[in-house]
Design a protein around this ligand. Sequence first.
Ligand code: ZN
Length: 343
Amino acid sequence: MKAAFFKEHGGAEKIVYDDYRDPVPEAGEAVVRVRACALNHVDMLLLDGRFPPPEGLPHVNGCEVTGTVEAVGAGVKGLERGGRVIVFPGFSCGRCEYCLRGARTVCVRYGYLGAHKDGGYAELVKAPATNILPLPDGLSFESGAAVPLAMVTSWHALVAQAECRPGQTVLVQAAGSGVGSAAIQIARLCGARVITTVGSDDKIDFARALGAEHVVNYRTQDFVEETKRWTGKRGVDIVIEHIGGETLERSVYALTRLGTLVTIGSHDTHWGRLDLRHVYSKNLRILGTNLGSILELQTILEHLVDGRLKPVIDRAFALREARAAVQHVLDRKNKGKVLLVPS
Ligand SMILES: [Zn+2]
């Protein structure tokens, strides 16, 4: 098959579009012919070596995949060749202490499609059959590929972890990102009011259209001051943070008493500093979360079919143009998800 992979770490120039080993389904696995695969920020960390692929190089990125069933391994039932499917990107063992507790995202053997295994920047990809769900008829391959990582992570952060409620205020960092554009919509669906940040003025209307009430350009405005102003000096109930560093530190100052910050990524840096006085004197909650459950993905798909949530797609590139797609994301030119589709 053809794939867009990398043999050494670096920037977009390291992506090679060429022949790559065909995935072979083992027992309990299925191979999917990729019809759309979305890019994520974690792809960039895998590419540049900040999060080196655990199984080494060469490696194929791509966590969010829709397609059709191409082949199944021994013992797989319920997947028809040619059936339209979406792949849930989190792998878990189902047997460790945390899986048995129902907390599969902290499985001791947890892995991601496209990180711990080769992903969807390819014509074919394989995954455990239990991770493969039907893609509802009302959803295109492109729409489906925009949700399994970013939207599930934002959903789990806001609904399950922060317990977002009607009337609350939420600060969403980086409206233009996949998780940001999802979090704005999900917070609105919960009945909360949203303030968000963007890095350029051309993303302001985009953020408003998603449901944000107040949009701050973090390059020209102070988001903490703007949050305080917007909330009448009170601060917000919830922050969804995925940048790290100073953004994490300052996001804590934007919280009101008893507020919750959920960290779901570290797109700029893995490190962050906290002024602990704010954390203990205001009784803040700082929570970490990653991905969510297959049930949450199914719930999101229902909301998408009914139009209560919408996939936010910036544009699609042909698989052979994967290098340009990666550069587009690295340059932060995207408003929402960037996709790869068959060449
Ligand atoms: Zn486990």
